[in-house]
Design a protein around this ligand. Structure first.
Ligand SMILES: Nc1ncnc2c1ncn2[C@@H]1O[C@H](COP(=O)(O)OP(=O)(O)OP(=O)(O)O)[C@@H](O)[C@H]1O
Ligand SMILES: [Mg+2]
Length: 411
């Protein structure tokens, strides 16, 4: 499974310089866990961190200028940390699989002379084969849309005195598109393609129960979309193609929400799809339009987790909203089980305000965002505090420690 081992954000709103996990320049840090959870007070930067992933995904799909303006971001000047004049910078340190050498991707987005956002710098690096330690070498290096790319599966920038016969110059026509967007479509750059596909596959959940109540056109669909308005289509797909998985979802939802004995779909005469819930207590079914917000949400998460071919990286903001508190520990366990269980398991990134959710987590999985005196946020791992780690080892639940101010109220 692909895993983001580390992530760094600079000059992005309240995140002036925040690093999580292992990076190219921070090799001694521990890599991120398959389930990573960020907690923090209001205004600490959780949504901003979530949106930094969304922003990167939008940069890839729509170019950096559009990405700055869309999703209520308000343009580059609003996105850049106040008082800063440098570019917005992201670094991702990731592995396609545990046997692959890690790849680091760094991108800097600045303003050009006309005041429009553009890609100032972009670098992809990897160690040479057989090089287990030390600094990786670039296999894509672009500055202001111009630079060098090293083709194939192996080649990286040569060391001084070495022959370099696999590099070629590149010049992009559009300075507002990421180099990986263009080069990732070319067969001669398989590593760039893999990375682009990885980023393209990220799933950022914007689920709303009302979206799940819409009536989509009938027809099976493989993946739940980010708003969840094709939930009925996904049910249709699982009912037809993956009965076993769907049975698992039904059993799980029955164990979490009393009274739900079956869920299926019913096409209407005009070929739209009704999502039907059978409650053991009544003869007549309920439809999604009448179902409770929390039921629809739990159902959507379970479908997302049982996706036979899941997204490699799933981000969910405050999954607890609208859910019964006693469900939350089980939900966190469910997330972890799915993030570690199978070969193509997704990495799951969650922000939360809920101690019950955090009760199910280990100190390595939890990161605390805090606003500093200068107005910008810092982040640290709960495991870095020996007092917290000790208390958890002695059996105290992490959420309880948070509730009792052991995690974030001492500064
Ligand atoms: N350009 C910027 N530079 C510096 N700080 C900024 C910038 N834009 C927004 N902020 C600050 O960042 C904060 C936003 O944080 P964010 O919305 O990520 O917090 P949160 O942890 O999600 O909070 P909540 O729990 O309330 O949802 C704002 O309150 C604002 O003070
Ligand atoms: Mg928020």
């Amino acid at each position: 499974m692909a895993l983001i081992e580390g992530f760094r954000v600079q000059n992005f709103r309240v995140l002036k310089d925040v690093s999580l996990g292992r990076l190219r320049t921070q090799q001694d840090e521990e890599a991120l866990t398959p389930l990573t959870v960020v907690i923090g007070r209001n205004g600490a930067g959780k949504t901003t961190l979530f949106d930094s992933f969304g922003f990167l995904a939008d940069c890839l799909a729509f170019g950096v200028e559009t990405a700055c303006d869309m999703n209520q971001r308000g343009g580059f000047e609003r996105l850049r940390s106040l008082g800063c004049s440098g570019p917005i910078i992201f670094e991702i340190y990731y592995r396609e699989s545990s046997s692959e050498r890690p790849i680091s991707y760094e991108v800097a987005i600045g303003l050009d002379r006309s005041g429009r956002p553009f890609v100032q710098q972009e670098v992809l690096r990897q160690r040479r084969r057989n090089q287990r330690h030390g600094q990786p070498f670039p296999f894509l290096r672009l500055e202001n849309g111009k630079g060098t790319v090293w083709a194939g599966e192996e080649a990286v920038q040569a060391e001084e005195g070495e022959e370099d016969n696999s590099s070629m110059p590149v010049e992009l026509t559009d300075p507002r598109q990421l180099g990986i967007t263009t080069l990732g479509t070319l067969r001669e750059h398989p590593r760039i393609k893999l990375f682009r596909d990885f980023l393209k596959g990220w799933y950022l959940s914007y689920f709303t129960p009302d979206a799940a109540r819409s009536l989509p056109n009938a027809g099976p669909q493989k993946h739940l979309n980010i708003h969840g308005d094709n939930i009925g289509n996904v049910v249709q797909f699982l009912e037809r193609e993956h009965k076993d998985r769907f049975k698992v979802v039904l059993d799980r939802i029955a164990s979490k929400i009393p009274g739900i004995s079956n869920i299926d779909t019913l096409p209407t005469q005009d070929k739209r799809l009704l999502l039907r819930f059978n409650d053991g207590a009544f003869k007549d079914p309920f439809y999604a339009q009448q179902m409770s917000d929390g039921t629809l949400k739990v159902f959507a998460y379970l479908l997302l987790l049982e996706d036979p071919d899941p997204s490699p990286f799933i981000c969910i903001e405050e999954p607890e909203n609208g859910l019964y508190h006693k469900l939350l520990e089980a939900l966190a366990q469910e997330f972890r089980a799915h993030a570690t269980g199978r070969k193509n398991a997704p990495q799951i990134f969650v922000t939360t305000h809920q101690p019950y959710f955090v009760d199910a987590l280990t100190p390595k999985e939890v990161w605390i965002l805090e606003r500093g005196k200068d107005g910008f946020s810092t982040i640290r791992r709960a495991a870095d505090d020996p007092v917290v780690s000790n208390m958890v080892e002695q059996g105290l639940p992490l959420g309880g420690l948070w509730y009792s101010d052991y995690l974030d109220a001492r500064s």
